[in-house]
Design a protein around this ligand. Structure first.
Ligand SMILES: [Mg+2]
Length: 373
C-alpha cells in the first residue's frame, strides 16, 4: 500500500507548471481543492465548475439555491470559477450583496480576465469582510493570474485601436440604422480616490443596442447587427447577448449587449485544462455563454432552465436529434465537433438546473467515453 501522503508539491510535480505559476498558485484555495480531489482520486482529472453568474449561478428570488450549491461544491472539494460579462468590480459587488461565499476564482469581462482568490477566509473573517462597504478590500483578495492577460495580448488585441475603429463604425452604422440605437455601453471606466480614470475592462469594448419595433425575431435581429459589426472588425471576436434591461421609452424595451474581444468565455476553460489538467462542468443561460457551452471541449455543458432565446435557439440548432424527455442531448457543430449538453426544463431555473446537471456528471463522462471509443 502506498502510504505516502500526497502534498501540494506532488501535485505541482504532476502539473509541471512554470516557477512563476507555481509561486502564484501554491497557497490558493483553488489549488488546495484541486489537490484534495487528486488525493482522493489520483487517476481522475480534478473538476472545476465554470459558471456564468446572472440567471445561471444566481437567480433573483432563489438565493438559497445558490447557497446549497456552494455547500455541495465545498463538500465535493470542487472549486468554482464564475465566468461573467460583468467587470470584476461589479461582479464582486453583486456576490457580496447577494451574500454568497467568495468563489475560488472569477473570470470577469466575458472571460478576458482571470482573478484568483489568494487566501481562504474563516467563517468569522467572511462575516467581517463581506460587506458592500468593504468592496475594495475584497477586490484585493483576488490577484490576476500571471500568464492569462499576457497570453491574450499576444493574440494581437489592441484596445486602443479597437476603440478608434469603434467610433468610425458607430458613425457609419448610425447613418444606415438609426433605429438600432447602437452606442457605447456606459460605465466602462471609473475614477478612483486619487482622481485617476481606471479602465474596468482592459481587453473588452462594449456596446448596447435596442430592438426596433419592426423587428419581430430577437435572435435574427441580434445576428443581423453582429454581422454588420463584423464587417468593421473581421479580426476580433464579436459576442452578442440580451440584457436584462426593461426601458421606459417606446421602441427601447429590449436591450442587447455587444462585446468586441480577443476571445470568448471558452478560453478560461481551455486555459485551466492546459495548465492544471482539469475537467469542468460549464453552465450558462445567454448568448455570451455559447462559446463556453459549445466550444470549450468540456465534458459536460449545462444550459440552465429559463435561458435566453438567443442561447436556446443556437443550442437547439446544433442538436441533430433532439430526444424528447431526455435531459442530456448530443450536439454536433458545423466543424464536426460533438459534445453533450444538459438542457434544463422550465422547472430547472438557474441554480437548480446547475445542481441537477451536476448529478449527471459521471454519467456525462461515461457517455462521452463511450462515444469516443
Ligand atoms: Mg447570464
Amino acid at each position: 500500500m502506498n502510504t505516502e501522503q500526497p502534498t501540494k508539491e506532488n501535485y505541482f510535480n504532476w502539473l509541471k507548471l512554470s516557477k512563476e505559476m507555481e509561486d502564484f498558485y501554491k497557497d490558493t484555495p483553488l489549488l488546495e481543492k484541486l489537490n484534495n480531489q487528486k488525493k482522493l482520486n489520483p487517476n481522475t482529472k480534478p473538476h472545476i465548475v465554470f459558471s456564468d453568474y446572472d440567471w445561471t449561478f444566481k437567480r433573483e428570488g432563489m438565493l438559497e439555491e445558490t447557497n446549497i450549491n456552494q455547500e455541495l461544491a465545498d463538500q465535493a472539494m470542487v472549486p468554482t470559477i464564475i465566468v461573467s460579462g460583468r467587470n470584476r468590480r461589479e461582479l464582486l459587488r453583486h456576490i457580496i450583496k447577494d451574500g454568497f461565499k467568495l468563489p475560488e476564482a472569477i473570470s470577469s469581462s466575458v472571460g478576458t480576465e482571470l482573478w484568483i482568490l489568494k487566501k481562504t477566509l474563516t467563517k468569522d473573517q467572511e462575516k467581517e469582510i463581506l460587506k458592500e462597504e468593504n468592496l475594495d478590500q475584497v477586490l484585493d483578495l483576488y490577484e490576476a493570474d500571471p500568464g492569462y492577460e499576457k497570453n491574450l495580448i499576444s493574440k494581437g488585441y489592441d484596445k486602443k485601436s479597437v476603440l478608434e475603429k469603434s467610433r468610425k463604425m458607430l458613425d457609419k452604422i448610425y447613418k444606415n440604422h438609426p433605429n438600432w440605437n447602437l452606442g457605447f455601453q456606459p460605465n466602462q471606466e471609473m475614477v478612483n480616490d486619487n482622481g485617476e480614470t481606471i479602465d474596468l475592462n482592459t481587453l473588452k469594448v462594449s456596446f448596447n443596442f435596442y430592438l426596433p419595433e419592426d423587428e419581430k425575431d430577437e435572435s435574427e435581429f441580434q445576428e443581423k447587427v453582429a454581422s454588420e459589426v463584423a464587417r468593421f472588425f473581421p479580426e476580433v471576436k464579436i459576442i452578442v447577448c440580451s440584457d436584462d434591461f426593461i426601458g421606459e421609452k417606446p421602441g427601447k424595451k429590449v436591450r442587447f449587449n455587444l462585446d468586441l474581444l480577443p476571445v470568448g468565455k471558452d478560453y478560461v476553460v481551455k486555459y485551466m485544462r492546459e495548465h492544471f489538467g482539469t475537467e469542468g462542468l460549464v453552465a450558462g443561460d445567454s448568448g455570451n455563454d455559447l462559446e463556453m457551452l459549445l466550444y470549450s471541449g468540456a465534458p459536460a455543458s449545462v444550459l440552465v432552465g429559463g435561458s435566453k432565446p438567443e442561447a436556446v435557439s443556437v443550442v437547439n440548432k446544433n442538436i441533430p436529434e433532439f430526444r424528447e424527455g431526455r435531459r442530456v442531448q448530443r450536439f454536433e457543430l458545423e466543424d464536426g465537433t460533438t459534445g453533450l449538453i444538459y438542457v434544463g426544463n422550465e422547472s430547472e431555473l438557474g441554480p437548480i438546473g446547475l445542481r441537477n446537471a451536476s448529478r449527471f456528471f459521471s454519467k456525462f463522462k461515461a457517455m462521452r467515453d463511450r462515444q469516443r471509443s
